[in-house]
Design a protein around this ligand. Structure first.
Ligand code: NAI
Ligand code: OAA
Length: 356
């Protein structure tokens, strides 16, 4: 029987793989061969997840490891990154996984990345608004975006950390300051609102959610989440009662989960699903696929606000086209005015966090 390696030896081997010292990257080393295999064997994109050990980060990491468009997956967090990385790295899918722990490894985590997904930050507890997270999450997003500006300024950024209506303007200001801002490459993730809208509308219509497409515009908090039920596909009509019910349920879907979890956080599994659906769309766009269209909170000229969520077309350079709102009914026009009023304040709050 082969002797079982000493526990410390095994741990040393694992951590050498997770946190490679420079010497290990030399010609002929095991790690070097693994890297070559990653590049040669599984052509694809290099993706980093920042906040990878969290409630969203873990299932997101698992699902990205299953995505055939990903060849290298970097998992960064300030806690528990080694455990999550060791675990995910045993999945027999193509992507090579590496873990990075703590601020001193942020640059290594980001260098060479094509797509950076950010679910780092604190989640809500019952009774809190997303804006209550600003104090802590604004600083986290600032630091991470400074790293992106330095190490992978051309990467597409998918920003999940709340309040998205403010964290996206924060990221834009950080990139502007660094001279790397490309509005086409910065996207606030509002996909969960679309995922929820498709689910709830399908329930009302008695359809399979996969056959339903609901545009959700505006932003990602309360009244700024504006489902356009008049533009649902397949074309459908709703009673006023159904419209009130659906709008309220979609706008408060996050709160529904926060209350059900009763202090144990907010949506994580549905969010990981939505994040992967969105990241996959970004990667298909980068690959050059035609007709990749999703909703996202982006730099926009659709309204007078500098950022707004609408359908966008994704391509090789990120957001290649921002679609206009299309025809709105009276109910949606009133909703739009409310959404813009709240959004303006949230955007301004993010901008002045960096400028002042
Ligand atoms: N855009 C959207 O639709 C949604 C956004 N969210 C937001 O996503 C964020 C994360 O939520 P959860 O995963 O549930 O929270 P969580 O607390 O379970 O995980 C957050 C992770 O971020 C890490 N983290 C904290 N500071 C960090 C830093 N400086 N650098 C790197 N990582 C850091 C933590 O160690 C933790 O592992 C929250 O702000 C939440 O509100 C949640 C659901 C939907
Ligand atoms: O509600 C929250 O705090 C988390 C979130 O953004 C969502 O689930 O839509």
């Amino acid at each position: 029987m082969k002797p079982i390696p000493d526990v410390n030896e095994r741990i040393a081997r694992i951590s050498a793989h997770l946190y490679p010292p420079k010497s290990q990257m030399e010609e002929g080393s095991v790690l070097r061969r693994a890297n070559c295999r990653a590049k040669g064997g599984a052509p694809g994109f290099r993706v980093a997840i920042l906040g990878a050990a969290g409630g969203i980060g873990q299932p997101l990491a698992m699902l990205m490891k299953m995505n055939p468009l990903v060849s290298v997956l970097h998992l960064y967090d300030v806690v528990n990154a080694p455990g999550v990385t060791a675990d995910i790295s045993h999945m027999d899918t193509g992507a090579v996984v590496r873990g990075f722990l703590g601020q001193q490894q942020l640059e290594a985590a980001l260098t060479g990345m094509d797509l950076v997904i950010i679910p780092a930050g604190v989640p809500r507890k019952p009774g809190m608004t997303r804006d209550d997270l600003f104090k802590i999450n604004a600083g986290i997003v600032k630091t991470l975006c400074e790293g992106i500006a330095k190490c992978c300024p051309r990467a597409i950024v998918n920003l999940i950390s709340n309040p998205v209506n403010s964290t996206v303007p924060i990221a834009a200001e950080v990139f502007k300051k660094a001279g790397t801002y490309d509005p086409k490459r910065l996207l606030g993730v509002t996909m969960l609102d679309v995922v929820r809208a498709n689910t709830f509308v399908a329930e009302v219509l008695g359809l399979d959610p996969r056959d339903v497409d609901v545009p959700v515009v505006g932003g990602h908090a309360g009244v700024t989440i504006l489902p356009l039920l008049s533009q649902v596909k397949p074309p459908s009509s709703f009673t006023q009662e159904e419209i009130n019910y659906l709008t309220d349920r979609i706008q408060n879907g996050g709160t529904e989960v926060v209350e059900a979890k009763a202090g144990a956080g907010s949506a994580t599994l549905s969010m990981a699903y939505a994040a992967v659906k969105f990241a996959d769309a970004c990667l298909r766009g980068l690959r050059g696929d035609a007709g990749v269209v999703e909703c996202a909170f982006v730099s926009s000229q659709v309204t007078e606000l500098p950022f707004f969520a609408t359908k966008v077309r994704l391509g090789r350079t990120g957001v290649e086209e921002v679609y206009s709102l299309g025809p709105l009914n009276e109910y949606e026009r009133i909703g739009l005015e409310k959404a813009k009023k709240e959004l303006a304040g949230s955007i301004e709050k993010g901008v002045s966090f960096i400028r002042s």
